[in-house]
Structures are given as structure tokens and as C-alpha cells.
Design a protein around this ligand. Structure first.
Ligand SMILES: *Cc1c(COP(=O)(O)O)cnc(C)c1O
Length: 380
């Protein structure tokens, strides 16, 4: 019998993220929501999108939500709504999903990348002032891995230099900074509903949220050809729409978001207890914030060896992200980064994302922790 168990365990992989298990855990409600859209016959920008925009904006604590085609497009549209265009500069980090920088590129502006706080992997507020030039129009703080950026000093710099703050909340649905949800503190904020995100669709999707009615109106025009009414373009826009099936199922999942985030937080606590005596550097949690653990990222000098060791045991740990954006072929030499970005470059060599999703079990975490202890005991 023992061998059967061992065999089962060796066949079953522990994935880093698992959108299928998210679907299965809310299956009957999701199936029902999708069927109802199919039968209504209105498939893009309809009642479901409108209601989801209202519900999501209310959840974040802002007045307006504008559903769009992806997180990248949310950023592209938000930048354009803020008036960012060619010749302008936008400050963000190199340690992020490439989408953040791709969106600045799409808006025609020049990305200016600054270093991160090594403890939290988010933008270092002290690096902002020296990166500002007369061309700077906006700052994009990225709430990476589910951890809010240190928004207060960032907002202070923005006020001083009259810059827009565009929050990249693609990894931080529901995270809080000093009692407020991220996405409610900047001028305009962007979410992605890529399937593995804390609030994930079954395809692409994104949302812009803001308290500024003018920016919301502009974003609405931009996402559909600049139309204020059908077939009349008031500004030049393009097409980045959210469809009804995604909105209907995202409405179901939004009702479970807080409970799913609490499960992530519980699992993070469990990892923290189990890994306390290993030589890994564990995620630190900024005071007065709620970290929603989109990813559980540890650091090790033996990162590559650890990743391979875990993989051999059927545990998938990934690297977010292996090459900083300023060193990627598409961007190398084309973007400004005055300082050396040494924290970014060091982090990229040591970080590893352990399995983390709401349906991961306590016993899965124990399995991962056992494997890491075994790795440690081999002298790493
Ligand atoms: C996922 C992600 C995006 C982009 O979202 P897409 O929906 O994939 O376009 C932007 N920024 C960050 C930090 C992300 O993790």
C-alpha cells in the first residue's frame, strides 16, 4: 500500500499556480453565469460588463470602473487618458512583468526605470526625485507579488512635481495600504484578470478604476474607437473591450475574492512557520498593509539548484522574473536607467516563486517545505 501512495504522490504535480482548481472550486456558479450569457445573445460590453464595472469599483472603493481587454491595455489606456504621449517620460521599475514597460512603450513614451526596495521588491521612493526630468509625466508603482508599494512617499513626490500616479495593481486585487485598497490611492489604476491573477478570468481581461470622472470618460472613449455614441469617434481610440462571458464569471469570482485572498494569507503563514529554520530569505510584509500573496517569493543563493531539486520532486517553482526589463533584448539600451539597478539585478538571480494559489492544501505546503529542508540538509 505504501508504494501505491508513493506512486500517487510522484504522479501528482504541485503547480506554482492553478487556474483549473479555481474554476472547479466555483464551477456550478461559473457554469451558470456563462450559460446565461450564451443564451442572452449580447456578447461584448453589455449588462454583465456594466454591472461588473460597478461592483469592482465599489469593492476597490472608487467611483468608476472601465472594463478593457487586458492588464496591458488597461495601462496603455490609462497612460493615454492621462495625456502621456511621445516625448514624455514615465517612471517605473525594471523588476516587474514586462507588460508594465510594454504599455509605456505602446503609449509612445520613454520608460525610465528605477531600483526597488530589496525587502519588498517594490519601487524605492528615494530613487524617484533623481529620475524626474521636465519630460516626466507619470509614475507607475507596481504592487508586485501582492505587496502594496510604499504609496505615501510616492504620492508626496507626485504632488510636489505635479505627476500622475498610475497604480499597476495586476498582482494585488484586494491588497490594502493603510486601510485602503490599492487602486484607490493613485489618480488612475489598472488591473489584469489574466487567469492566474488573484481575480482571474478564463481568458484575457482588465479593468481601469479611478475617482476622476474625466479620466474615466476618456478611458471609455479610448477602449472603443473614441466613440461617445455608436459610430462617431470623438477622439482617436482603438479596440480593447471586455466581453460578457469574462465579466459574468469575474462577478462570481469577485464574491469569493476576499475569502480566496485569506486562503493565500493562511498558506503564506504556514510557509513562514515551516521555512523559518531554513536558510531561505522569506517574504517580508510591509507594516500597515495587507499582502495578498499573488506569489510567494523566497530568495536563495542556490536558486537554480533549488528549483531543479523541487522540479525533480514534482514541485513547480517559477521565477518572476528571471531577466530585468532593462537587460531584455527588446529594451536594452533603449530605456533610461540612471542608477545601476543593483537591487533589481541581484534579486533576479535569487528569487523563486513557490506554489501559491487558494486551493493549494496545507499538506501540499508541508510537502514543499519538507523538500526544501531536505535540500538544505544537503549542504545548500
Ligand atoms: C499580469 C501583469 C500585467 C499585464 O496584464 P495582462 O492582462 O497579462 O496584459 C501588468 N503588470 C503586472 C505587474 C502584471 O503582473
Amino acid at each position: 500500500m505504501g508504494s501505491l501512495c508513493t506512486k500517487c504522490r510522484s504522479i501528482r504535480m504541485i503547480l506554482c499556480g492553478n487556474p483549473l482548481s479555481q474554476y472547479l472550486s466555483h464551477k456550478s456558479q461559473i457554469d451558470e453565469a456563462i450559460l446565461s450569457v450564451l443564451n442572452k445573445g449580447w456578447y461584448i460590453l453589455g449588462e454583465e460588463v456594466k454591472t461588473f464595472e460597478e461592483e469592482f469599483a465599489k469593492y476597490i472603493g472608487v467611483s468608476y470602473g472601465v472594463g478593457v481587454g487586458s492588464g496591458t491595455e488597461a495601462l496603455h489606456i490609462a497612460l493615454t487618458a492621462c495625456g502621456v504621449t511621445s516625448g514624455d517620460e514615465v517612471i517605473t521599475v525594471s523588476h516587474t512583468a514586462v507588460a508594465t514597460v510594454a504599455a509605456i512603450d505602446l503609449a509612445g513614451a520613454r520608460p525610465v526605470l528605477v531600483d526597488i526596495e530589496p525587502d519588498f521588491y517594490t519601487i524605492e521612493p528615494d530613487n524617484l526625485e533623481k529620475a524626474i526630468t521636465p519630460k516626466t509625466k507619470a509614475i507607475i508603482p507596481v504592487h508586485l507579488y501582492g505587496q502594496p508599494s510604499n504609496l505615501e512617499p510616492i504620492l508626496e513626490v507626485a504632488r510636489k512635481y505635479n505627476l500622475r500616479i498610475i497604480e499597476d495593481c495586476a498582482q494585488a486585487h484586494g491588497a490594502m495600504y493603510k486601510g485602503k485598497r490599492v487602486g484607490s490611492l493613485g489618480d488612475i489604476s489598472c488591473f489584469s484578470f489574466y487567469p492566474t491573477k488573484n481575480l482571474g478570468a478564463i481568458g484575457d481581461g482588465g479593468m481601469i478604476v479611478t475617482n476622476n470622472s474625466e479620466l474615466a470618460q476618456k478611458a471609455k472613449l479610448l477602449r472603443e474607437y473614441g466613440w461617445a455614441e455608436r459610430y462617431i469617434s470623438h477622439i482617436s481610440g482603438w479596440n480593447s473591450r471586455l466581453d460578457e462571458i469574462q465579466a459574468a464569471m469575474l462577478r462570481v469570482k469577485l464574491r469569493h475574492l476576499d475569502e480566496d485572498n485569506l486562503k493565500r494569507i493562511h498558506l503564506a503563514k504556514l510557509y513562514e512557520n515551516e521555512l523559518a529554520n531554513t536558510n531561505l530569505i522569506l517574504p517580508k510584509h510591509r507594516k500597515n498593509t495587507t499582502h495578498v500573496y499573488h506569489l510567494y517569493v523566497v530568495r536563495s543563493k542556490y536558486r537554480d539548484e533549488l528549483q531543479a531539486f523541487l522540479r525533480n520532486k514534482g514541485i513547480v517553482a517559477l521565477i518572476h522574473y528571471p531577466v530585468p526589463i532593462h537587460l531584455q533584448p527588446a529594451y536594452e539600451g533603449r530605456i533610461s536607467c540612471d542608477n545601476t539597478l543593483s537591487e533589481t539585478e541581484t534579486a533576479s538571480k535569487e528569487i523563486l516563486s513557490l506554489p501559491m494559489y487558494p486551493e493549494l492544501t496545507d499538506s501540499d505546503v508541508m510537502t514543499v517545505a519538507d523538500a526544501i529542508r531536505e535540500f538544505n540538509n544537503k549542504g545548500f
